[in-house]
Design a protein around this ligand. Structure first.
Ligand code: SF4
Length: 381
């Protein structure tokens, strides 16, 4: 281990869910018959990566999916023990596992804790059982409460995932979800607007879905930003809110453009100035790894200067810390404060951006139109 080699983050994809939610286009399947073979393939890919980067340590781990907590206790032990054998994970690493209510018990939580998992990301989505049913979630709000209080006995740092803009959701029912979530004193809340993704049951329902209007969705977002701030949560990214000291170090890595490696099908990596992703093909993944071959990739690019500038602007502006324009100029040679001076002034004047010192950042109102504003600020190719 070389002291001067920076650590990187590790993402591990578990492509299994007990049931597909009606809105979800994440890469996962409900057939667990190949789960053990998959874990072996995953650990083979982990061995390849650890061999390639044997001089580097890991300071954040994120096991996502899919539903990692739906693996059995013994499968979780194989996975976590296998990762620990292959990688040098720093003693103070942030180690997150995504979990769904009703898929955790004391045995699994014991396995997680004894293998160093110190953060849970728990998918609540809504406190309304009607909304949970519409989303085809496998759990009720009562299941969530039981899982939450059990998990609290094992893991100190718990994040909740919430959604807004749901079919038949009202501003009142979303407020109720926020109230209930905050009353449980989680360390962190992630809050996402529903997007209707192609290929999902929601997409097929089309007009039959009764969605809130754009204004109602915007009101829900602005209400939540204000409510969560008053409840002691700092907004640090467009969709993420944390109590003091509980910002997600792994997710910050993505937005700060720090290096990470993803293993498993559909997992993305960013290392050595290259971005690549494994194909979303479970059978091809297992087959390649059984021959000790690199799994098939769906994309692999070395970033050009233009790519780096665009990423720097897009990713930094997702955070409330914002974009340091001097850093952008010094590191990539792009003087945005000159090229886009009048646009920035206009966005500040209309309350979408703040401009303090060298930094521009979105306001909550600005986050609602961030895609349009960012597109407007990017340099011409
Ligand atoms: S549990 Fe999560 S990953 Fe699985 S289908 Fe539902 S939203 Fe998608």
């Amino acid at each position: 281990m070389k002291a001067d080699c920076p650590s990187f983050g590790l993402y591990v994809h578990i492509p299994f869910c007990l049931k597909k939610c009606a809105y979800c286009d994440f890469f996962s399947q409900t057939d667990y018959s190949i789960a053990n073979a998959y874990l072996q393939a995953l650990l083979t890919e982990a061995s390849m990566v650890s061999e390639q980067y044997r001089e580097r340590t890991i300071d954040t781990v994120y096991i996502g999916g899919g539903t990692p907590s739906s693996l059995s206790a013994s499968q979780l032990a194989v996975l976590l023990g296998g990762l620990r054998e292959r990688f040098h994970i720093n003693a103070d690493a942030e180690f997150t596992l995504e979990a769904n209510p009703a898929t955790l018990d004391e045995e699994k939580l014991g396995v997680l804790r004894s293998n160093g998992v110190n953060r849970l990301s728990l998918g609540l989505q809504s406190a309304s059982n009607t909304e949970l049913c519409t989303l085809s979630r496998i759990h009720s709000y009562e299941d969530f409460e039981k899982t939450y209080s059990l998990a609290r006995q094992y893991i100190d740092n718990i994040s909740l995932d919430l959604m807004f803009g749901l079919p038949d959701q009202t501003e009142g029912s979303f407020r109720d979800t926020l109230n209930r979530a905050v009353s449980l004193k989680p360390n962190h809340i992630s809050m996402y607007a529903l997007k209707i993704e192609e290929g999902t049951p929601f997409h097929r329902m089309g007009e039959k879905l009764s969605l809130p209007s754009e204004d109602e969705v915007a009101n829900m977002y602005l209400y939540a930003c204000d409510f969560l701030e008053k409840a002691g949560f700092q907004q640090y990214e467009i969709s993420n809110f944390a109590r003091q000291g509980c910002l997600s170090r792994h997710n910050l890595r993505y937005w700060k453009r720090k290096e990470y490696i993803g293993i498993g099908p559909a997992a993305h990596s960013f290392i050595g100035g290259r971005r690549y992703a494994n194909q979303k093909d479970l059978a091809a993944y297992i087959q390649a790894l059984s021959r000790w071959e690199i799994p098939p990739r769906s994309e692999e690019i070395t970033l050009s200067l233009q790519d780096e500038i665009e990423e720097e602007i897009m990713l930094k502006l997702r955070t409330t810390a914002g974009l340091d324009m001097v850093y952008l100029k010094e590191k990539f040679g792009y003087a945005i404060e000159k090229t886009a001076a009048s646009k920035i002034r206009e966005y500040v004047k209309h309350g979408f951006l703040t401009h303090k010192g060298n930094t521009i950042a979105f306001t909550p109102r600005g986050f609602l139109v961030s895609n349009t504003v960012i597109a407007d600020l990017l340099p011409d190719e």
